[in-house]
Design a binder for this molecule. Sequence first.
Ligand SMILES: Nc1ncnc2c1ncn2[C@@H]1O[C@H](COP(=O)(O)OP(=O)(O)OP(=O)(O)O)[C@@H](O)[C@H]1O
Ligand SMILES: [Mg+2]
Length: 317
Amino acid sequence: MPDIVTLTMNPALDITTSTNRVVPTDKVRCGAPRRDPGGGGLNVARVLHVLGTPATAVFPSGGHTGRALEDLVATEGVPIRSLTIRGSTRESLTINENETGLQYRFVLPGPTVTTREQRACLDLLIEVASGADYVVVSGSLPPDVPADFYQHVAGAVGDLGARVIVDTSGPALRQLRGRVFLVKPSIRELRDWTGRELSAIDDQVAATREVIDRGVCDVVVLSLGAEGALLVTQDRDEYFPSVEVPVVSGVGAGDSMVAGVVSGLARGRSLSDSVRYGIAAGAAMLQTPGTALCRRTDVERFYTLLTEGSAADTTVG
Ligand SMILES: Nc1ncnc2c1ncn2[C@@H]1O[C@H](COP(=O)(O)OP(=O)(O)OP(=O)(O)O)[C@@H](O)[C@H]1O
Ligand SMILES: [Mg+2]
């Protein structure tokens, strides 16, 4: 099985709790908290583990929150290589409001990661990823890390011969220049990246092709939420419908999709089938409540549905 490594520069200890009603000023008494690992690359590694495609998670970790996070990930059986930093790993707080079913998500910015620590993270990644086939770089950057950090990662990892897969947003996405194999923006992120509305599918194909023509990456998997996904390369584009599923919880579909795509590629599936597997994994993530990961049985069931339906012509252009 090919070697997979994920990088999470801004991991989080996710705390989820519930209360009857969120109100200002008064103390809001909450139920027992649940703690889960959080952050793009960590979630990708955890889902890859569920899918039976092992991956090593590399991330900076600091303070007692960092230690708690490391314990949680290791308990799930995911191999980790963390770099100890001076700052404390951030926490994120999700509050489910019982009376309304609404969910409030408070996301903190993350600790300072000094220039020296950034360099050490990159060195650790290079050590762990030597001989790796895929390196998944996913999630936001902590506040002091320059927006072109992922581009440095792509260059360094590309030199090792691994294929780089990036899922990020905002300036970190805009700063990508090359050496990346695959980028997985959501339609929201692609709109932000290009500054265009992109309502028609032809516009979406044109915008992703521009990214490829600029030499940023070889492949774009544009995720369209409930609408499915578009796969675009230099010479082809293909639309993939999603699986119609009732949504139990909408969190984590993107990370799960990335894990599915990488898992497919690592098993030697075609790009198209890997995207189908990603769509199946994204949909499966919506079947489990709260922060729970997807079930492999759901992923395989949805993948079978999607491959059986793939005889239809889905080419856009
Ligand atoms: N409501 C849904 N029904 C079925 N599948 C879905 C649904 N929402 C998401 N998915 C699947 O998960 C994939 C990823 O979802 P989405 O496009 O929302 O990306 P995301 O990374 O979670 O978005 P963002 O980063 O902008 O929050 C979709 O391409 C689709 O295959
Ligand atoms: Mg996303």
